[in-house]
Design a protein around this ligand. Structure first.
Ligand code: 13P
Ligand code: SF4
Length: 303
């Protein structure tokens, strides 16, 4: 604890000295989420906040694609990620060349790209989406066919909500959510018959089918805040339950959950180091960034 307190104190004063802001994803550990973070949220909320901050330095306590999105929206600011190896299995699953090939196979079909991708992939896309706005973004296009990349399960789960639109998918998966099974949910319900089950839409459709609600991490938090279930299972990354449980002590949180090894690369000591040494700065080629920014800004314009 004294070491943690020392890091927290140092981070708070470095933020003040350097006019820095810390954006933290909902999957960050409670000692980051509840102490040093200025803004917490899902991928959509972090992108929206990144677009409006007046800080000089943005530290992203999250994974690399989130830091890249922040940089796309703030080309003149310093964006830091405390561990540059904090990746994502979805972002790794597809390249810009893959998107160009898909476009050639499906001429004229718009490409909707999950934010969990590199800037190079975003640059080949028409519009981005997150798990919190995928349906709205696709509906905003007013077309009957889209390519949705790279998360196959998010695409299938979104397609189920928009029956009039054909969605061409890519076989990318989140290594955290693909491991959940329908049997996991059934066994939680057997142990706790009154449990309310919330699932992230990166999980396979048969898992979503067993749930009471599927939504982004922010969607799950809102659900708990509004409905106050007596007992809830957040079928997603483990830190979600830890973070939300602090806010709702009267709600009992049961698992299953899986850890994201990429999110867990971010720690208080490396956030402190990032601020002390201004490392690791996220840089994107300006020509590529200009194209990728269009896809992100189109997404942010969808309300
Ligand atoms: P959201 O927070 O946007 O729901 O995304 C979950 C996720 O897996 C981010 O890496
Ligand atoms: Fe990527 Fe899944 Fe980890 Fe999110 S939870 S960063 S989608 S691997």
């Amino acid at each position: 604890w004294p070491a943690l307190a020392g890091d927290i104190e140092a981070i708070l004063s470095l933020k003040h000295e350097r006019n820095a802001v810390i954006l933290a994803h909902n999957y960050q550990t409670p000692e980051i989420f509840h102490t040093v973070a200025d803004i917490v949220g899902d991928s959509l909320a972090l992108a929206r906040e990144a677009a409006t901050t007046d800080a000089d330095i943005i530290v992203v306590a999250g994974v690399h694609f989130m830091a890249e999105t922040a940089k796309l929206l703030n080309p003149n600011k310093t964006v830091l990620i405390p561990d540059s190896k904090a990746g994502c299995s979805l972002a790794e699953s597809i390249t810009a060349e893959d998107v160009r090939k898909l476009r050639a196979q499906h001429p004229g079909v718009p490409v909707v790209t999950y934010v969990n991708t590199s800037a190079a992939v975003k640059a080949e896309s028409d519009v981005c989406c997150t798990s919190g706005n995928a349906k709205k973004v696709i509906e905003s296009l007013g077309v009957s066919k889209v390519i949705m990349l790279p998360d196959e399960f998010l695409a299938q789960n979104t397609a189920a909500q928009i029956p009039g639109v054909e969605i061409i998918t890519w076989a990318g998966h989140c290594e955290v959510h693909e491991r959940f099974t329908a049997e996991d949910i059934r066994s939680v319900r057997e142990s706790y018959p009154d449990v309310v089950v919330l699932v992230h839409p990166e999980a396979p459709p048969e898992v979503v089918a067993e749930a009471d609600f599927a939504g982004s991490t922010a969607g799950m938090i809102d659900f708990v805040g509004q409905k106050r279930p007596g007992r809830v299972a957040l079928v997603t990354e483990c830190s979600m339950s830890d973070n939300v449980a602090v806010e709702y002590p009267e709600v009992e949180f049961v698992r299953p959950c899986n850890l994201c090894p990429h999110m867990k690369r971010i720690t208080l000591p490396n956030i402190r180091k990032a601020l002390e040494l201004r490392q690791h700065e996220v840089l994107i080629d300006p020509t590529l960034a200009a194209r990728a920014r269009i896809a992100v800004e189109r997404m942010l314009a969808v309300r």
